[in-house]
Design a protein around this ligand. Structure first.
Ligand code: RBF
Length: 342
């Protein structure tokens, strides 16, 4: 009996040792909302999936925390309290603050938080995108479209922007960036900005889009997660145009979605999760990724861009992108070089 007991204990220890040696690694993905329809959350999950597909020792679980933001802090504490996860991965600018009580309660818990920034928290690593650049490219295109002879373009120099809610990155990067790009294209352009108040109500988003279209808006940038669909449908029905942030998603509505400016969130998640597993992330640090790093770009390589805009808009936009990508010393780059957010 004694002997078989020892054998069992020995076998158990051997299994543990193998697990440690091959580096079993467990990841909790905290989605602050729902995955479907929110491009950055889709890429958050697919970035981790990619790591797990390459490395059988990596396991992960997805927690969709839903739209009641007042419950996120508690849900994050519960996730950390399982003490099951080597790493919790999450995404959006509020998450460093939402995660702080969980970090305080569980000092060994590490967090990789993308689309956000915080400096000097010893349990967190953050990755921020330069969304001034991302939105400025969209504003420039919106400006070209609204003065163009494209079928849906109105005589008014009004462009639109609908956001799910107001938050720091929106007010300090995305909105000023969009305005900067639009004014660069034509100083007389006005931005009609509306806030939906949530990330899911597609009907209300359609109502907002329709009221903007009634006021002469012909092109709308939408940042509303699952509610983007309402903006897309309204613009489809009225022959107007949509600019889609964060992902190459022309396919959702060819001819209506006429511009996408993407963040390489899947790649950023993939790389930084791998770095965390390898013990290479320096906790407390952050990085900011922009056009020159290859993590922010306008998707002009999808053929649907060329077929969705008029010839002159296409040529102007191509020239603008060439300038932006090749010369970091241009006026625009100088304007965007020191965004106010950090
Ligand atoms: N973006 C989405 O697409 N879907 C969401 O549900 C969503 N929820 C957010 C909640 C908070 C508190 C904050 C600060 C941002 C949220 N965003 C959401 C916006 C997202 O982080 C990012 O700014 C936009 O996708 C534009 O790149």
């Amino acid at each position: 009996m004694m002997r078989s007991g020892r054998v069992l204990v020995g076998a158990f220890l051997a299994v543990c040792l193998v697990a440690v040696m091959v580096g079993a690694y467990s990841i909790g993905i905290f989605v602050p909302g729902v995955v479907a329809g929110s491009p950055l959350y889709e890429d958050l999950v697919s970035g981790v999936e990619k790591v797990a597909a390459e490395n059988p020792d990596v396991t992960y679980k997805v927690l969709e925390a839903g739209f009641d933001q007042s419950t996120w802090e508690e849900q994050m504490i519960s996730l950390a309290a399982t003490e099951e996860y080597d790493l919790i991965v999450t995404s959006n600018g509020a998450m460093p603050f939402v995660s702080m009580p969980a970090a305080d309660a569980f000092p060994d818990q590490k967090f990789l938080i993308v689309d956000s920034i915080i400096a000097g928290h010893s349990q967190m690593y953050t990755v921020l995108y330069n969304q001034v650049e991302q939105a400025a490219v969209m504003g420039y295109l919106a400006g070209l479209v609204t003065v163009s002879g494209m079928e849906g373009a109105t005589p008014e120099l009004k462009i639109g922007f609908i956001a799910g809610q107001e938050y720091e990155a929106l007010n300090n990067m995305i909105k000023p960036g969009y305005e900067l790009g639009a004014k660069l294209s034509n100083p007389a352009i006005e931005v009609d900005f509306r806030v939906l108040g949530n990330w899911w109500d597609a009907n209300k988003a359609a109502e907002l889009a329709n009221s903007m279209i009634d006021a002469g808006v012909d092109v709308i940038m939408t940042v509303c997660g699952g509610a983007n669909q309402g903006v897309i449908t309204a613009c489809q029905e009225r022959g107007k145009y949509v600019l889609y942030l964060d992902k190459d998603n022309y396919d959702l509505a060819p001819g209506t979605i006429i511009g996408c400016s993407a963040l390489s969130q899947e790649q950023a998640v993939y790389e930084n999760v791998k770095a965390a597993i390898a013990g290479e992330l320096v906790w407390g640090e952050y990085k900011i990724l922009g056009i020159s790093d290859g993590y922010v770009d306008f998707v002009d390589w999808n053929p649907l861009f060329e077929t969705s805009v008029s010839g002159d808009v296409f040529v102007d936009m191509k020239a603008f992108l060439l300038d932006l990508r090749s010369s970091f010393e241009t006026w625009l780059k100088a304007q965007m070089g020191v965004p106010v957010y950090w």
